[in-house]
Design a protein around this ligand. Structure first.
Ligand SMILES: [Zn+2]
Length: 428
């Protein structure tokens, strides 16, 4: 070690050198200690990583035989390994998700198996007993009970024990076809309100009133009435949904007694449902009648569909070239017009052995009263986003509520009936 402090006195220089040496030694010791600590930390990281990896391995092992165990070379302790561990953990999580799905699926299978026969309590892996799982179990149990009832009904339809089904539908079955309903957000009347604002015209709709379908409005503003109908109703641009086709299929299998609908969109007509099965409770566009009473000409929907599509006024003279100035009014039941009760109604509901109610709020009388007319031992199915009407006020023990999108439920029912291929053929 060479010091360059030649100008200092000897004693001082020696002392100074000693101190410097001492400091040097101390600093060496400190550096050594630091390196040691760093090494130790690195080991700890290494240990921690290995430990996590082992944990993951254990989890994977306990997860199930179908899942392959990941293998890792733990000798090379480097970034690559950390990356691997991360990947494996992701993989492990994915597998956990996969397991959860498999487990639920197994449960579902068991539920379905037990559904048709006696009331079997499905078995569930209850190892992780927490609130979330309890909630799931409750939901699944409710679902399974629904499945049990549904499967029984399906078997009866297949065997012919159920052969006289009455279907009741509302606007909810046509929303998937793009036709607005009368209750949801952006419904038909909301669209009419916008139309009125845009075109500076009054068509009977205010914040409190929804009197669009009136003779007064149609006669006063014929151009806007039919234009608004075309723009807001979308009747002619829409095609039937799987739900519409299912009712046609029920008829083809001789299980449909009658189809009661509040809808005026004619989608059941487009779905080829036999006209004698349809009861249009609020009328429809299937027939139009001249408003000129001395004329009284009637015509079918097909002759006016282009006119409706364009939003033109269907004048009697345009079609019949008869000089009549009347408008061909669709046979929709307008505001304050009487609803004619179909002749077959009492007979129908006496014969009925299953009632299926789909996509309606059951809020409009007298239609909503019909669900009460089936005998007390006749099962009633409601497929809807929420439980409504008599299903809430006077529930029956054989009621079955299938909550959710009607097309999804109908699809499930079609699968259970084994009619999927037929439905495909019919709808193409
Ligand atoms: Zn006429």
């Amino acid at each position: 070690m060479v010091y360059l402090n030649n100008n200092l006195p000897d004693g001082y220089s020696n002392k100074y050198n000693m101190i410097k040496d001492l400091l040097y030694i101390i600093s060496l010791a400190l550096i050594g200690s630091c390196i040691s600590t760093l090494k130790s930390n690195k080991e700890k990281v290494k240990l921690k990583t290995t430990s996590l990896f082992k944990y993951d391995q254990q989890e994977s092992k306990s997860a199930g035989s179908s899942i392959g165990e990941p293998s890792i070379n733990t000798k090379n302790d480097n970034i690559e390994q950390t990356k691997n561990v991360k990947n494996i953990r992701t993989q492990s999580n994915k597998e956990k998700a996969k397991l959860k799905t498999i487990s639920l699926f197994k449960y579902d299978q068991q539920g379905s198996k037990s559904a048709g026969s006696s009331i079997g309590e499905p078995s569930i892996n209850t190892k992780n007993n927490n609130i979330e799982q309890t909630k799931n179990v409750k939901n699944i149990r409710a679902q399974t009970n629904n499945n049990a009832s549904l499967n029984k009904i399906i078997e009866k339809i297949k065997s012919g024990e159920i052969a006289n089904i009455i279907v009741m539908t509302g606007a909810g079955i046509s929303t998937n076809a793009g036709i607005p309903d009368f209750r949801s957000k952006n419904n038909f009347y909301d669209k009419i309100r916008l139309y009125q604002k845009k075109n500076k015209v009054y068509l009977g709709v205010t914040d409190n009133k929804e009197n669009f379908y009136t003779l007064k409005i149609m006669n006063k503003e014929p151009k806007h009435f039919f234009k608004a109908l075309s723009e807001c109703g979308k009747f002619d641009e829409s095609n039937p949904t799987i739900t519409h086709y299912f009712f046609t299929l029920l008829d083809k299998h001789t299980r449909l007694l009658r189809y009661y609908t509040q809808n005026v969109d004619e989608l059941e007509n487009k779905a080829k449902l036999s006209d004698d099965k349809i009861v249009r409770y609020h009328g429809g566009f299937h027939i139009s009648t001249c408003t000129n009473k001395s004329c009284g000409n009637r015509c079918k929907y097909s002759l006016l569909s282009e006119c409706y599509k364009k939003g033109n006024v269907p004048y009697c003279n345009d079609l019949f070239k008869n000089g009549c100035k009347g408008i061909l009014k669709p046979d929709v039941v307008f505001f304050k017009e009487p609803i004619s009760v179909p002749k077959t109604q009492d007979d129908d509901f006496n014969k009925c052995d299953l009632l299926i109610v789909v996509g309606t709020s059951l809020s409009v009388a007298p239609f909503k009263q019909l669900v009460k007319k089936v005998k007390s031992d006749v099962p009633r199915i409601l497929i809807n986003m929420e439980k409504v009407g008599d299903f809430v006020k006077h529930p029956r023990k054989d009621d079955l509520f299938l909550k959710g999108d009607c097309d999804s439920w109908i699809n499930k029912i079609v699968e259970l009936l084994g009619w999927h291929d037929e439905l495909e053929t019919l709808s193409n």
